[in-house]
Design a protein around this ligand. Structure first.
Ligand code: ADP
Length: 768
């Protein structure tokens, strides 16, 4: 279908035709015929890069022209930023976009003034819990990567968000975007959506298996030449490197999927040593600057290795890198400066980073429960689907590497010719449901056991499992309710007991319902103040009860609460992800436990080995957080715990969020320990003591530079005088000193010139 013929405004048409898009791709046309622009719900299950986003955009722009408001739901923050950047281009059509990925306990009313709002599914869930009023004005909701309904971590939230949004606004148009999945029709039927399925791709994809110098499968790219050159470089273990180098030599870019961070970095180093010989002098100079950006910002060993790789024109990518590092790698790859990225599978989903050749160097992955496992077909398809940049590459190639001859046929059958798995709901478990049962009552989506059952009957879990699910759900809901009632987060008002001294917050609860005689299952479920707060804070009710019970215990025993007490308590909550215990950790962590036993609120006896082992994992994570707030350099923390900067940030951000929630819970219950949690929150956020805060607010000053400056007497913005420039430059390097003075608005130009004469070259110290 030509863009000109679409039922959208002329401005929208020109927006696309001016950017070179004249007609729709075949699966896109199919979606239009299915009613995408007639307000129908549509699930679009087509391969990567075949234009799903464009379809969502057309429907959103059409709705905006009619005065609507759109919500675009993504699984990851990084993806939210990518989409937000894209939708910001609609400013020229007069539409504003906003991104809501911040704290999970905020209402965020301001963001609602935008026309398109991009948010993660957790954030949308939290906005619903906090009764953000613009949610009911949404005319189009787009659910990106909806196949993640299958993910044990994210799926249940996504499912609940969809169910609640549909209840809030039954007329809202739902557009669900999915990778190809086996049961797309089932997911579509649940959403009352038309289902559009296609395996059409804008660039041809050749998929194959490589073993010892031979391609098996459809990979046709100059087969003889490739094989010959591969022999020059190596076989067996080196095959992946040779294949990567070959792609780059012939003018393409390459993405490599490995199964661990170590392997990703190792692959990049090896491939880089070959690929660097293909770089032009100009490219080398550009890469030097990029590498310097990495080492300027961080002095960890991982940053140094990344910089070494970048100088060779390659990079690695995984969740251990900091957000800055990941962004720089992604941008430089898209710009063609970095020729190859080797990554863990985290990069397979979402982000738009296509390459001519995709190499799947490892198709087995270690699972802590099940040992080495083959990756799912869906993951393979997503990785392979990255091959071939539309309009830029003549074709895409995806190569699975076999290590044994017998694997060739197996891999062809199990991946290339296989259908992806079916998406399955993960909502049935108590751990997934507890928080959603509480929020469903708190926000008035249900106010009796029977209404709760009705609500959950609208979920994908119930749709998929049919009648059987009714019994499972009832049992799990009852278990969750027992817990919530026991922990004073809600009560069942049977009318005969005296009214507990709590406020009823559920809009569903009316006096008339409370007083009338009810059948079992029809008694009002009333959230308590505590229950409402826990729901709004987005904390797992189990976490909240762990915090409250332990603080109560400590207070009644008149225990002195220290940093270790609180950090360990934070690590006891279910919302905190824990570090793995390695065999070599047992002795040092047990010793730490023995030395600090009087600071630890709850320590299981060593006679219960399973519980004690779990406790050690909590404590190990608490020690990491303790090092972080005690200003231990990141490189030392990285080495001690074998983690990356990205992990340290993730641990500390989650802990800061739990500390904040803890402070608010304890404030509500009138506990004197609330203030301790508030202070801890700030320290966790910045990884430093509170005295450094004024300095940390200056851009370019991290915890290490702040400490040096503080110790030298520079304690706030006001302490910097023009004449101090050389002292400051001596502490943090002239480049950063210049930046600091500029930002504070102090003219130190005379001193700067003098400084430049004294120091030749860039000797700025790196921040960790
Ligand atoms: P997906 O979301 O399915 O991964 P995108 O919507 O991001 O794919 O599209 C991939 C690329 O293809 C984008 O650069 C987009 O501008 C381009 N594109 C989409 N539809 C068309 C079309 N009909 N004609 C030309 N280019 C298109």
């Amino acid at each position: 279908i030509p863009i000109e013929n679409l039922p959208v405004s002329d401005r929208t048409k020109s927006f696309y035709t001016d950017s070179g898009i004249q007609k729709l791709y075949p699966p896109q046309s199919k979606a239009i015929s299915a009613g995408l622009l007639d307000g129908k719900n549509v699930l679009i299950s087509i391969p990567t890069a075949s234009g799903k986003t464009l379809l969502a955009e057309l429907a959103m722009l059409q709705s905006l022209d009619a005065g609507g408001k759109c919500l675009y739901v993504v699984p990851l923050r990084a993806l939210a930023s990518e989409k937000f950047r894209r939708f910001s281009e609609f400013r020229e059509l007069g539409f504003r976009s906003g991104i809501s990925t911040g704290d999970l306990d905020e209402r965020d009313e301001n963001i609602g003034t935008n026309d398109i709002i991009v948010a993660t599914s957790e954030k949308v869930d939290s906005l619903i819990r906090n009764e953000t009023h613009w949610l009911s004005q949404i005319s189009v909701v787009v659910l990106d990567e909806v196949h993640l309904l299958d993910s044990p971590g994210r799926g249940p939230t996504l499912e609940i968000v969809i169910t609640k949004l549909r209840r809030l606004n039954p007329k809202m148009q739902i557009i669900a975007l999915s990778a190809t999945i086996q049961n797309s029709k089932e997911v579509a039927d649940w959403m009352k959506a038309e289902c559009v399925v296609s395996d059409w791709r804008p660039t041809k994809l050749y998929e194959g298996v490589y073993f010892d110098g031979v391609f098996e499968g459809e990979v046709v790219h100059t087969k003889e030449k490739t094989v010959k050159e591969i022999e020059l470089v190596g076989k067996g273990k080196e095959a992946g490197v040779s294949l990567a180098a070959d792609a780059i030599r012939s003018g393409g870019r390459c993405l490599v999927f490995t199964n661990s961070r170590k392997n990703a970095a190792g692959f990049a180093k090896k491939a880089g040593s070959v690929i660097q010989s293909y770089l032009t002098v100009a490219e080398q100079a550009e890469l030097l600057d990029l590498a310097a950006e990495i080492t300027d910002r961080s002095d960890t060993d991982a940053a140094k290795t990344l910089a070494v790789c970048i100088r060779m024109g390659v990079a690695f990518h995984h969740a251990g890198l900091s957000a800055d590092q990941r962004e720089l790698v992604e941008k430089s790859f898209l710009a063609g400066k970095i020729k190859m990225i080797s990554s863990t599978p985290t990069l397979a989903a979402g982000l738009n980073l296509p390459a001519r050749r995709v190499i799947i160097a490892a198709w087995r992955r270690y699972d802590s429960n099940e040992g080495m496992q083959m990756i799912p077909v869906m993951e393979y398809k997503q990785m392979a689907g990255r091959a071939g940049r539309p309009h830029l590459d003549p074709y895409g190639e995806s190569v699975l590497i076999a290590t044994k001859e017998e694997d060739i046929d197996k891999l062809k059958e199990m991946y290339i010719e296989a259908e992806p798995e079916a998406v399955e709901s993960r909502l049935g478990a108590e751990n997934a449901l507890r928080t959603h049962v509480l929020s469903t009552i708190s926000n008035g989506f249900a106010d009796t056991r029977n209404q709760l059952s009705d609500f959950f009957r609208d979920t994908f879990f119930a749709y998929q499992r049919g009648l059987l699910s009714t019994i499972t759900l009832k049992t799990v809901i009852d278990t969750c309710l027992d817990f919530l009632i026991k922990s004073n987060m809600c009560f069942e008002d049977k009318g005969k007991t005296e009214e507990p001294a709590v406020e009823k917050t559920s809009p569903f609860v009316t006096a008339d319902k409370i007083n009338s005689t009810k059948e079992d299952g029809d008694y009002p479920l009333v959230p308590t103040k505590l229950g409402s707060l826990v729901s709004k804070l987005y904390l797992d009710p189990l976490s909240a009860s762990v915090i409250l019970e332990n603080i109560q215990k400590a207070e009644s025993e008149k225990m002195k609460l220290t940093d270790i007490s609180l950090l360990h308590l934070i690590c006891m909550t279910t919302d905190m992800k824990l570090l793995y215990m390695k065999t070599s950790d047992y002795i040092p962590v047990s010793e730490f436990a023995a030395e600090n036993c009087e600071h630890i609120i709850s320590m299981p006896p060593t006679s219960k080995p399973a519980e004690f082992d779990w406790f050690l994992g909590e404590l190990k994570t608490a020690i990491l957080l303790y090092r972080w707030i005690s200003e231990t350099p990141e490189n030392e923390i990285s080495k001690e715990f074998d983690v990356g900067e990205g992990d340290i940030r993730q641990f500390s951000e989650t802990a800061a969020w739990i500390a904040n929630a803890g402070a608010r819970l304890l404030k509500m219950t009138g506990s004197p320990s609330a203030g301790l949690f508030s202070d801890l929150e700030l320290r966790l956020q910045y990884g430093a003591s509170i005295q450094l805060l004024p300095l940390l607010k200056i851009r370019g000053i991290g915890r290490v530079r702040a400490r040096k400056l503080y110790n030298a007497g520079f304690k706030s913005k006001e302490s910097f005088k023009p004449a101090d420039f050389s002292t400051v430059a001596g502490l943090v390097g002239p480049k950063i000193a210049g930046q600091v003075y500029r930002e504070i608005g102090i003219d130190a130009s005379g001193y700067v010139i003098e400084e430049k004469k004294k120091r030749s070259g860039d000797d700025s110290e790196s921040e960790s």
